[in-house]
Write a protein that binds this ligand. Sequence first.
Ligand code: PLP
Length: 407
Amino acid sequence: MTLVNSNYLKLPGSYLFSEIARRVAAFSAENPDAQIIRMGIGDVTRPLPQAVINAMCEAAREQGAPEGFKGYGPDHGYMFLRELIAEHDFAARGVKVDPDEIFISDGAKCDVGNFQEIFAQDNTIAITDPVYPVYVDSNVMAGRGGELQPNGEWSNFIYLPCTAENNFEPALPQRRPDLIYLCYPNNPTGTTLTRDQLARWVEYARENKSVILFDAAYEVFISEPDVPHSIYEIPGADEVAVEFRSFSKTAGFTGLRCAYTVVPHKLTAKSPNGEDTPLNPLWARRMSTKYNGCPYVVQKAAAAIYSPEGRKQVLENVAYYMNNAKIIRDALKNAGHTLFGGVNAPYVWLKTPDNMLSWDFFDLMLNKYNIVGTPGAGFGPSGEGYFRLTAFGSMENTKAAMQRLLK
Ligand SMILES: *Cc1c(COP(=O)(O)O)cnc(C)c1O
């Protein structure tokens, strides 16, 4: 008998975005003239920076000549890109990251989903709640979830609620997790941790010998000085943390695909006989075995964002989105709503009025204002009573949507 991995059967259907699509389609069918504005999905809309396009064209032409042709690239990414990353994303902030500690990939989603493979199956996972679903589902697939309970929590996971009550700062866990997933600036709440707040987590991980998996996919949107751009800005974090970065939201690479993961040489976990075992060679081995590298053309495109004109163009797009975030924040505040995020992240996390359920509020927004957002409950039990709006749309649509709300 051929048996499937039964852990997959425990996963509920990917209900959130399909249910949103179903409700929007039903509404459109009944109201064919409604101008629906979509502020739900976390994908960028601005075209790629010109510097990125130029670099791709040049790299493509290079490949057409015998002396420029490239076959398989280096397993862990081209050195030209790893060196640029080490210099601009880390050294420029006073953080020492060696190019050998950087692994180039085709996405942070795959990296955060795959990284758990190098840990023992009986490790305990802690996640903030609400959460980016990839951390949860990838560990359920690996058999670490236990059972899905009626309250929406997996029995083996440690949930760290992040709500208005604790100002979106997760409390340190009651029992010790082996792996702690943190995402800052946060998707979905758009909130961040200050340097001191993140330092508490690094200290906790050091004292408890836990490993932090730090997702910094929204780093480029940070605007406040007290918010760390990298977990390695906290002294000692290189002994307890992996960091995931992505060019997707940074530079509009959601369709192009390029990201990287930092696994410091000093970061270890235990072997079964209690020896400290560096994680960098394990991740290197995993990548060499299962992955053949991000395309040369794409790595050249990523390198171009570190050029002066590339950086300028990236920051123009970021400013465009963050202006949308401000439009959303200002309008919602004027309409008397309680909201969070939207300052260091392209997401605004709205408290539903009168403790309305997220899905009821979704229906209200769709029916009354023809605006689509994302119900907070779709990101975990503690997302109930919240609603996510994204700043990734056009300025025209963002303004039009907010004018409807203020009417
Ligand atoms: C969008 C996003 C990513 C990036 O994923 P890619 O695979 O690099 O496109 C990673 N983490 C979070 C939390 C995200 O929202």
